[in-house]
Design a protein around this ligand. Structure first.
Ligand code: SF4
Length: 247
């Protein structure tokens, strides 16, 4: 069976499709694709809320671009800064504790709750994420559809699917524009990626642009770096060295 056939089979089996939505362009384009192939009553959106560190207007942007599709907001126990203060360091790209504690964990918990409350899906779920091969060599190696054994317990049959894995950036923007939508405002302001304003994996250009757009939040990151003597960036350079913007 091809991947497409497997997906249609899961649609026909009345699986719940969950669109993980960061508010970014890839999530937005992925949702548009999903809404074209998944019946309305089998599709929900889930967003991991990142208080203080995500871009203004992310929640409104998601609400304004998914129509009537139900949205679940997943909240972590700790905020990003509480996690950093607790550990005395910023997360590293290798460990990505921020992703697991602030996004994946709370999202999976909410999906499990939703399935429990909506027995009609019989525990069958397709968890959809907008990662693309073009973004990095690590992402290029990801399997696009696979059973998630860790979550396929307690009567659940859980698949992870990357519906736009082979799309190029132009196709992502093209899909958004064809749908008569616009990406979140931060892209037009010069950011290349969304989610946390200051991501541990951001480029110099994105760090610099985010520092210009979010000066108060930038100062907070710089102050935290100084106090912990630990850099946000894995390059081991403090933010002002990267951006050339003092704080
Ligand atoms: S956007 Fe970056 S900093 Fe924020 S949770 Fe994801 S990996 Fe961590």
């Amino acid at each position: 069976m091809t991947e497409q056939q497997k997906i249609f089979d899961l649609v026909n089996r009345r699986a719940l499709f969950v669109a993980n939505h960061s508010g970014g362009k890839d999530s937005q384009a992925m949702f548009i694709k999903l809404s074209a192939i998944v019946p309305e009553d089998q599709l929900i959106v889930i967003h991991a809320v990142l208080p203080e560190v995500e871009w203004d207007g992310v929640i409104e942007h998601i609400e304004n671009t998914v129509g009537e599709t139900p949205i679940i907001f997943a909240h972590a126990i700790k905020t990003f800064f509480e996690m950093v203060e607790h550990r005395g360091m910023f997360p590293s790209p290798a460990q990505r504790q921020c992703t697991s504690d602030l996004k994946r964990g709370p999202i999976e918990r909410e999906v499990r709750r939703y399935l429990k409350a909506h027995r009609r899906f019989d525990g069958l779920i397709v968890n959809c994420m907008g990662m693309r091969a073009e973004e990095s060599s690590d992402r290029a190696k990801l399997q696009t559809l696979k059973i998630n054994n860790r979550n396929s317990v307690a009567g659940r049959e859980w698949y992870d699917w990357l519906p736009i894995h082979n799309w190029l950036e132009d196709e992502v923007y093209g899909m958004i524009s064809q749908a008569g939508q616009k990406p979140h405002w931060a892209y037009a302001a010069g950011m290349s990626r969304l989610s946390c304003c200051f991501c541990i994996m951001a480029s110099k250009a994105d760090f610099t642009k985010a520092a210009e757009l979010q000066p108060d939040l930038y100062r907070r990151y710089v102050e935290t770096e100084r106090r912990l003597n630990f850099t946000l960036s894995p390059s081991m350079k403090f933010l002002p060295e990267i951006t050339g913007i003092s704080a």
